[in-house]
Structures are given as structure tokens and as C-alpha cells.
Write a protein that binds this ligand. Structure first.
Ligand code: FEO
Ligand code: CA
Ligand code: CA
Ligand code: CA
Length: 649
């Protein structure tokens, strides 16, 4: 029996015949979905006339028919519960630059008992590798700057999992807090490949850099210098120390790196015993009492009762110029403040910069920034992300849909030009809309999503994909978040009206509902996943997401690895690859125990791939990558094809 959520390709607006216009498709979808009745406020005039630009036709889903994708050339790997990285046959995966690796000529070697102090950590690669980008030197495939986020260091109630090795239960000290702060942030590593194919860090390079939770940074854009950003140490409201919880990332065509500040709230607590939190602080998740990290006991700026505005200086996207080691990183307030997952860059038809962004929280939102200025390939683009329009997504609410597609619109978060915000006295200015972006998005009625994680833009079609990792707290479903207690997650894609990223309307469909047909064999049960999920590619909690140049969609998971119950047969976290046209999904890599697989980068020729293994053994059961009884360490993995070919072919 065909699953009720089988995506009927006959219905898909992707199924365009050559002479069908976008407007015709819109009308077809609109009438079928009763979209106007849903009151989303779209008018036909909001859609641009003309055929979609270069969107691929949608044949029958190959995952359903068993037809194999020509785009995916590798043999799938089975699930794994082993403490190793396993990659498709004919490929090699080599660990690289694990936590503690010396980054500078004067750095000390990592001490295997975890006893390095704060000063040593400052000169070494940080912990919990996450988002990442390879900036080629002069277009080279064998030399460049690998920039890596160090999202956090694993800790629970003041006990750091491995940062201090087996001495983890000793009391926290000022130096320990400094070490933890130095394990955070970003590494810029000048790396090169020798004739034998081995990559190494050039520790003598001037480009090497560690950005930590203490590195001076600058707030820029419309909210900079606002009262809510001023502190005792910084009465200007413009100069911040550090960045942390840098999760996913982005990059720009002018060769800067975008580090995204995600769960910043977990670093702010209070030792005062008083709950001084205001509504905005609660909306952003600041919790009463002490934090797991314990920094607030050693540094007043992390105590929100003493320094209530310090937390407002985090939750931004930080632009970093890796080719200028002296450049002060810029926190771009025009892009809004929330739990930033990643930043997917593209250009509008007229050349303006667009950044798509997810706010990773249950029932939070999907955003888009469109710059006022135009990107100039040979010009100065350093201010481009400081002025523009910020939008939040509303998807058509069509709860009766049986094929998971619809329309949507981008709602403008602008104090002057959105009447709802103009009338809302909680926001005195656009700066306050940007500082409390979540509250503004609540006010305009954005669609509450199942934890938006990474966004990626198809390199040829401009179609945009987002991972919605899971949402076990969802009670009310809608067409784009169709499962209550959604434990598996989904990937949603959309096309901007007229194929222009500047558009304020879009059409969308669900690319895959992750699920487990091993545990939930009845394909009419939404938990079994959409038709392109099989017993062979089952996974949960898609998170990292990136297209390669050829349009292969790489999917990484940050999910449950119990391999039992609802997760039976899903094994360790993994990386898969999808064909966006046929929808086939094939498993490419499996990670070691208790890790997350995250971060995707390539050399320009797509023949070297970089992937991160984050927190192997977060529950204490891994010794990857060093083996034996070694402390587990987050690390990059460098993947090559043994015949030297393009990754994924
Ligand atoms: Fe740091 Fe939403 O993952
Ligand atoms: Ca993530
Ligand atoms: Ca995640
Ligand atoms: Ca993680």
C-alpha cells in the first residue's frame, strides 16, 4: 500500500513541463491547497511571472522505484556501532588536527593525560570541531586555510568530560575556566598537502589563528552601540570579548568566514541566588542558577544578575577574514540575534547578498537576510552584511495535506515597515528588533519549525534546503512539520518566486521525512519515513547539510545512537548523500561511538573532502581517534577517493 505521505510527483510544482509558467504552477498549487482560505495573505501579484529558472524536472522518486542515481557513484555503507570511521569502499578517511594539536611553532604537544593548562590550550586546536570551510590559497587544491568552529567542550554540572583528562572531578579554578574558554571559538589553520598526499599544518604560517571566548571582537550594523549592548567593561556597546558555541558556518564570495553563535544562553547564569531574568532573557533560554560551564563564578560578565547585557552580545553571526590575521572579527547585528545554526550565502538576481539562517530551537524559525548593497567581485564588500532586510518564514498552514508541499512567504522584520512591529511597544527601534529577533518573529506570526539546523543552496538551481532535526515536544502539527513528537526529523526545500533569492514568496515541499522502517514497518505510519527512506539508509536527526559543486546533497546526523527502540538499526551518527532530483539517499560514512558527524568542506577540485567528528565518546565509550585507552578527541577527517576522483562519484 502506498504511504499517505508518499510525495506524489504528479502534484509537485517541480514537475514542470517546458511551457508551464511559475504563475500557473502557483495557481494550481494554491487552488489545490485552499491556500487563500488559510489566510496567509499572499496575492498573485507577489509572484513573479515567467518560468522557473533551470529547476530540474522531478521524475518518479528513485528511492521508491529502486532506480539508481547517476549522481551518486559510491557503494553504500551499512550502519555501524564500531568505534571507527567507516567510509564507502574505494575511499580513505584520515583523522586530522584533533583537539590539542599544536597550531603554532611555539605550541606545546598535547598532553595525553589532559593536563595542558589554559596557556597551552590557547596555542592548540580547540575542542568539539563543528562548522568548517576550506579557503584555497590561489585556487590551489593542495594548500589553503582550513577554518573550524570549536562549538563547545563537553561538560555536565561543572564536570568537564575530558578537558582535564582523568582529573575531571577536581574543583574548577580560574585557570580551568580559562582553558575551557580557550578550547572554544575558531581555529584558522594553514594546511598543505605534500607529494605523498599527506596533509599537515604549517605551524610557522602567519595565518594560523585561534579565536576564543576572550578574543576582542566588534559589534557592527544597526544594533551596535545600543544601550542593550553596553556593559560595565564596554560602555560603548561595540567591543565584545570572544565568541562561543560556534555551531555551523558560512562563507562569502569575498573570502570571509561566518561563524554562527548558537547555544550562547548556556554560558550565562548567576551565583546571586536571585532570578533576575526578564522576558527576553527567558525567551532566549537563560536559566536560573548556575551553568554547567561554571564560568559565572569566576568572571562577572557571565553572571546575568551582575551584567545583564553581556548575553545580548552573543547570538550573532561573526564575520572573520582568515586572510588577514590582524582583522578584528565583526559581529553582524543586521543578521539578527538568535541561536544561529549556519549561514548559507547566495546572491539575488540583482547581485545583493542573501544569507539563509536557522534558529535551532524547538518551535523556532527560519530566517533570510537580503543586503541593501550589491556584491562587487573586485570591490570592498566589508560592509555588505551591515545593512539590509531581515525576514522570517511563514509556511502555508495546510494541515490536511497528504503530500507535504505548499507555499510560503517571507515576513519582514522591520520596525518602520512592518505595521505589526511598528505598533509593538516592546521594540523602540530596529536595533531592538534585531537584538530580540525571536520576540519580533513571534509577533509577526512566523511558522514554528522542528529545530532548523543547516541550510544549503543548490549551486545551479538556487533551490534551498534546510534540515529540521527533530522536535520531540511538538504537539500541534502543520504541513511542513507534520509529525507530533517528531523524533526523526525532516529536510524541507523551497524555491523562491521567480527563482530570485530576493523574493518574498516561495513554494516548498518536504524532500525527506527521516524515519525508521525497521522499527515502524507499516509504511502508512509517518514514523517509517517518506518513500525515499529504506531499511538500508535509515537515519535520524539530520543536521549538517551542504551541496557540493555537482549538486550532490551531503547530509550529516546528530541523532540518537542507541541503536535500540525507535533507533533500532540506525547505528552511530553518519553522513549520507542525496540526489536532489531522484531523491535517492545513500549512506557514505559512519562515525565512531557517541559522536556527531558535522562540518563539510572541499578543495576546489572536489577531490578532497573535510568532515568533522565531534565529541566521540560523549557518554564515555570511545577512544577515537588515538585508540587504546586514550582520551577521545574531536577531529577533522580528510576523505579522498583512492583513484583520485571526485568525492561521491
Ligand atoms: Fe550545534 Fe544545532 O547544532
Ligand atoms: Ca548542528
Ligand atoms: Ca543538532
Ligand atoms: Ca554536538
Amino acid at each position: 500500500m502506498q504511504s499517505p505521505f508518499h510525495i506524489d510527483t504528479e502534484d509537485l510544482p517541480t514537475n514542470l513541463s517546458g511551457n508551464e509558467t511559475f504563475n500557473a504552477v502557483v495557481e494550481r498549487v494554491r487552488s489545490r491547497r485552499g491556500f487563500l482560505k488559510a489566510g496567509a495573505g499572499l496575492t498573485a501579484a507577489m509572484f513573479l511571472a515567467g518560468p522557473l529558472k533551470a529547476f530540474a524536472r522531478q521524475p518518479d522518486a528513485a528511492g521508491v522505484t529502486g532506480q539508481r542515481s547517476g549522481l551518486l557513484g559510491f557503494e553504500a555503507v551499512p550502519v555501524s556501532t564500531s568505534d571507527t570511521v567507516i567510509v564507502a569502499p574505494g575511499y580513505t578517511a584520515t583523522p586530522f588536527a584533533p583537539w590539542g594539536t599544536p597550531l603554532f611553532a611555539d605550541a606545546t604537544n598535547w598532553k595525553a593525560d589532559g593536563s595542558d593548562d589554559a596557556k597551552a590550550q590557547l596555542r592548540q586546536v580547540g575542542d568539539n570541531h563543528d562548522g568548517m570551510h576550506f579557503f584555497a590559497m590561489n585556487g590551489r587544491n593542495d594548500e589553503g586555510l582550513l577554518v573550524i568552529n570549536h562549538e563547545y567542550t563537553t561538560v555536565s554540572k561543572g564536570v568537564y568530560a575530558w578537558l582535564f583528562g582523568t582529573d575531571r572531578n577536581a574543583p574548577l579554578t580560574a585557570d580551568r575556566v580559562d582553558k575551557a574558554m580557550n578550547a572554544h571559538g575558531v581555529s584558522v589553520m594553514h594546511i598543505a598537502r605534500d607529494a605523498s598526499g599527506k596533509w599537515a599544518i604549517n605551524t610557522g604560517s602567519r595565518y594560523n589563528r585561534r579565536l576564543t571566548a576572550s578574543t576582542p571582537m566588534q559589534l557592527t550594523g544597526p544594533a551596535a552601540a545600543h544601550e542593550l549592548l553596553k556593559t560595565h567593561d564596554d560602555p560603548t556597546g561595540m567591543h565584545v570579548l570572544g565568541t562561543f558555541n560556534n555551531c555551523g558556518n558560512g562563507w562569502t564570495p569575498w573570502n570571509t568566514y561566518l561563524a554562527c553563535e548558537e547555544n550562547f544562553n548556556t554560558y550565562f547564569g548567576t551565583t546571586s541566588g536571585a532570578d533576575t531574568r526578564n522576558a527576553a532573557q527567558k525567551r532566549y533560554g537563560l536559566a536560573p542558577g548556575s551553568t554547567d560551564y561554571g564560568w559565572e563564578a569566576f568572571n562577572d560578565r557571565f553572571d546575568y544578575a551582575k551584567e545583564p547585557n553581556e548575553a545580548n552580545r552573543f547570538g550573532w553571526i561573526v564575520e572573520i577574514d582568515p586572510f588577514n590575521p590582524d582583522a578584528v572579527p565583526q559581529k553582524r547585528t543586521a543578521l539578527g540575534r538568535f541561536k544561529h545554526e549556519n549561514a548559507a550565502f547566495t546572491l539575488t538576481a540583482s547581485g545583493r547578498a542573501v544569507v539563509y539562517m536557522g534558529d535551532d530551537q524547538r518551535n523556532d524559525y527560519l530566517y533570510k537576510f537580503v543586503s541593501d548593497g550589491v556584491y562587487t567581485p573586485d570591490g570592498d564588500n566589508s560592509g555588505l552584511l551591515d545593512q539590509g532586510k531581515l525576514y522570517v518564514a511563514r509556511f502555508s498552514d495546510d494541515a490536511n495535506t497528504d503530500n507535504f508541499m505548499g507555499l510560503g512567504e517571507w515576513l519582514l522584520l522591520d520596525k518602520e515597515n512592518n505595521p505589526e512591529l511598528a505598533a509593538d511597544t516592546r521594540f523602540a527601534s530596529q536595533a531592538e528588533v534585531l537584538i530580540n529577533t525571536r520576540l519580533a518573529a513571534d509577533a509577526v506570526g512566523a511558522t514554528k519549525m522542528d529545530r532548523p539546523e543547516w541550510v544549503s543552496v543548490h549551486p545551479a538551481t538556487g533551490e534551498v534546503y534546510v534540515t529540521l532535526t527533530n522536535n520531540d515536544k511538538r504537539t500541534e502539527t502543520d504541513s511542513v512539520n507534520p509529525r507530533a513528537q517528531n523524533i526523526y526529523g525532516q529536510i524541507v526545500r523551497w524555491r523562491e518566486s521567480g527563482g530570485d533569492a530576493a523574493a518574498t514568496a516561495f513554494e516548498w515541499d518536504i524532500f525527506v521525512l527521516a524515519g525508521n522502517p525497521i522499527k515502524h514497518a507499516d509504511r502508512s505510519d509517518l514514523r517509517s519515513g517518506s518513500a525515499n527512506i529504506t531499511a538500508d539508509n535509515t537515519f535520524n536527526s539530520p543536521d549538517g547539510l551542504a551541496f557540493d559543486q555537482a549538486g550532490r546533497l551531503w547530509i550529516q546526523t546528530d541523532g540518537k545512537y542507541s541503536n535500540t527502540g525507535n533507533y533500532e538499526g540506525q547505528g552511530n551518527n553518519q553522513m549520507l548523500c542525496a540526489d536532489p532530483v531522484s531523491k535517492e539517499i545513500r549512506r557514505f560514512l559512519t562515525g565512531p561511538k557517541e559522536c556527531e558527524v558535522t562540518g563539510i568542506a572541499f578543495t576546489p577540485d572536489s577531490r578532497t573532502m573535510f568532515v568533522n567528528i565531534q565529541h566521540p565518546g560523549e557518554d564515555g565509550n570511545s577512544n577515537w581517534p588515538d585508540g587504546g585507552s586514550a582520551l577521545p578527541r574531536s577531529a577533522t577527517v580528510i576523505i579522498t577517493k583512492d583513484d583520485g576522483g571526485v568525492i561521491g562519484t
